[in-house]
Design a protein around this ligand. Structure first.
Ligand code: ZN
Length: 236
């Protein structure tokens, strides 16, 4: 299900960007350039994969080999197994707070974190899922490096990073709620799983309806959000 989570993260990130663009919220006027919009969408996509770090075979766990596997075992233990603590508002708030603190602490840490998260996002979006794992790993790494270096070179502002991570994590819950398992969003206060929809994970509905719809939404979002005449210089 990693693919759908990542795609819904991109769509969610774009939707929020469209909603806040040129508005003043809590005294901050949002003027998101292409860098912020792309970074925001990919950060949401990566964050939308984070809750499944409690599962051994999840996309996010596989992304950085042994490092993420050990992290997965630790988080699985700390948060009480698969689809438990990492699927709660507590985890979303925790991640948002940690990332905000990280951003206050060091600019370099932010760049590294964005790099790692974009890598997870690309892996989830499908760049790492081909049969030739070595080749796809290299393409994924090059793509991640190219994107993060471009974002860095264009001076992308990351003041929103913590909020975007928390939002991406919460988006994951809605995706999971559509399946039969439900999500314990009020963990650890209340451990019952909320929202048990009728769709099977990786079933035909997800592959034939959800994925194409999300893909169309990404294309429409890109057409709407970006100031194309300004991005594409006049070559005539
Ligand atoms: Zn999940």
């Amino acid at each position: 299900m990693g693919h759908s989570h990542a795609l819904s993260g991109v769509v969610g990130g774009m939707a929020v960007a469209a909603a806040v663009q040129d508005r003043e919220i809590f005294g901050v006027t949002f003027e998101l350039g292409p860098g912020e919009i792309i970074a925001g969408s990919l950060v949401c996509a990566g964050a939308a994969l984070l809750p499944d770090v409690d599962h051994r075979s999840a996309t996010v766990t596989k992304t950085y080999g042994k490092v993420t596997e050990i992290l997965s075992d630790m988080l699985n233990f700390l948060f009480g197994g698969h689809r438990m603590g990492t699927h709660s508002f507590f985890f979303a708030a925790l991640m948002g707070t940690l990332v905000t603190l990280l951003a206050l602490w060091s600019d370099l840490a932010v760049q590294i974190f964005v790099f790692l998260l974009v890598g997870i996002a690309l892996q989830g979006l499908g760049f790492g899922l081909d049969k030739n794992r070595a080749a796809s790993g290299i393409i994924n790494a090059l793509g991640t490096a190219a994107i993060t270096l471009t974002l860095y070179a264009t001076g992308t502002d990351y003041s929103w990073l913590g909020m975007a991570v928390a939002f991406g994590v919460i988006l994951h819950f809605f995706g999971d709620m559509a399946t039969k398992m439900g999500v314990p969003i009020f963990w650890p206060l209340y451990r019952k799983r909320v929202g048990q929809g009728g769709f099977a994970t990786d079933g035909p509905f997800e592959k034939k309806v959800v994925t194409p719809l999300l893909t169309v939404a990404v294309v429409l979002g890109s057409v709407y959000l970006f100031d194309w005449p300004e991005i594409l210089p006049d070559h005539t």
